[in-house]
Ligand binder design. Structure first.
Ligand code: IFM
Length: 449
């Protein structure tokens, strides 16, 4: 395998999943702090209160990143750590923590890549209606300005949102994630549109206040994967991947990505059913407020849906076999998602592609030799990366790859059981152990493939 010489090789995390220090140094509560207290909300009653204790073990974690050899590290800022009430007074101690992180990364030659929002919404703002409040885009804009003013001299790579599909879909529709809401379709659409407006405002503020920065937006993905690769099948898979299904639109790439990357939804029959919930001037708002020039399209790719054509040449789903391999969360393993995903997204949006997350959950254990042997994770990574290389060779502009995750962490409603890390975390002692995949990924980085 071989990638372009300026390839970004990174590892990713998110604030709530690793930091801990949930009520230290004047941090405000996030919706996740509150959600975890609900009985039965998170498996085994787990919480992110201490998580990996990254808040205190920051220097050790930076040393590990250095040893891993990544040239970039993707982390997220905790909005309520920086602005405890969500708007208003800035918490200097929160700023100090991220300054230590950013300076430590830069001293070690690692480019910081910061996500503004990876799901830990300020609880105080949730009490005011959260994303449903028409003021939410201004709240987010104000937060983005604080980020720009405090870190923009050193952080030059940003993503506004991580996987809006998931924090809206699970947080505000199924109720499985914080804040656990079950909105009506009308409420959901209004809140989702406010998220899109917030994205637009944040991009503008970052551009105005941070010189020479690169800004993107990170989508969850669930691409359709043609089984036989015929031209007709590929076309059908592409169209279906970006089709707007009115019942499931909150999970769809087209709803979340077309306004941001293309400046509007493609006209289709199904759009009519969603339109009734959107503001009457939504097209204008997308063009003037949401659609801001971006530098990259961030994709989180774990798997996709296999498909083929039926005897009439129409779309037909191919189910994933019950005897085929899965990760410990039961997710299918479909390496070809790492080919078709970037190919389809590049074709539609024409922006450089960064794989912002890709990884494999296992119930890793420490062996009697004190080490963690995870050959399946390495195998997974190699198979997916070779598909990414194929996409690059077939013309997609691939700029980077981030392993999810740098270390084991709090997997939201699933708690601590699924482990995605390259570094094992003993949650009792907080001891870190480099897994075999850590060393394998290090070799991949050293060889640029
Ligand atoms: O852990 C999550 C992450 O926060 C968002 N993307 C998917 C990962 C694995 O589920």
């Amino acid at each position: 395998m071989s990638f372009k010489k300026d390839m970004l090789w990174g590892a990713a995390t998110a604030a709530y999943q690793i930091e801990g220090g949930f009520e230290e140094d004047d941090k405000g509560k996030s919706v996740w702090d509150v959600f975890c207290e609900r009985k039965g909300a998170v498996k085994n009653g787990d919480t992110g209160n201490t998580a990996c204790d990254h808040y205190h073990l920051l220097n050790e974690d930076i040393r590990l990143l250095k040893e891993l050899g990544v040239n970039t590290y993707r982390f997220s800022f905790s909005w309520p750590r920086i602005i405890p009430d969500g708007t208003g007074k800035v918490n200097q101690k929160g700023i100090d923590f991220y300054n230590k992180l950013i300076d430590g990364l830069l001293e070690n030659g690692i480019t910081p890549f910061a996500t503004l929002f990876h799901w830990d919404f300020p609880y105080e703002l949730d009490k005011k209606g959260g994303w449903l409040n028409p003021k939410s885009p201004q709240w987010f804009e104000n937060y983005a300005k604080v980020i720009a003013d405090n870190f923009g001299d050193r952080v030059k790579m940003f993503a506004t949102f991580n996987e809006p599909q998931v924090f809206m879909g699970h947080g505000h529709f199924t109720g499985l994630h914080a804040p656990g809401k079950k909105y009506s379709l009308r409420e959901l659409t209004e809140a989702a549109f406010n998220v899109l407006l917030s994205h637009g405002k944040a991009v503008k503020i970052l551009r105005e206040n941070v010189s020479d920065c690169k800004i993107g937006y990170v989508s969850a993905t669930s691409f359709q994967l043609p089984l036989n690769n015929t031209e007709k099948e590929i076309e059908t898979a592409y169209n279906k991947s970006f089709g707007l299904n009115p019942e499931y639109w909150v999970w769809h790439a087209a709803f979340w990505c077309d306004p941001v990357f293309k400046g509007g939804f493609e006209k289709c029959e199904n759009l009519k059913q969603i339109e009734k919930y959107l503001p009457s001037d939504y097209e204008e708002k997308i063009k003037t407020e949401i659609y801001q020039p971006l530098d990259f399209c961030g994709l989180n790719i774990y798997n996709g849906n296999r498909m083929t054509l039926d005897e009439n040449g129409d779309f037909k789903a191919v189910s994933y076999g019950s005897n085929e391999p899965r990760n410990s969360l039961g997710w299918p393993i479909t390496p070809e998602a790492m080919y078709y995903g970037p190919m389809f997204a590049y074709r539609r949006y024409g922006l450089p592609i960064i794989i912002c997350e890709n990884g494999f959950a296992l119930n890793d254990t420490v062996s009697s030799d004190g080490l963690v042997h995870d050959p399946l994770r390495t195998e997974f990574m190699k198979r997916y990366l070779s598909q990414l290389e194929k996409a690059q060779n077939d013309g997609a502009d691939i700029k980077g790859y981030f392993a999810w995750s740098f270390m084991d962490n709090f997997e939201w409603a699933e708690g601590y059981e699924p482990r995605f890390g390259l570094v094992y975390v003993d949650y009792n002692t907080k001891k870190r152990i480099k897994k075999d995949s850590f060393f394998e990924y290090k070799k991949i980085i050293e060889n640029n493939g």
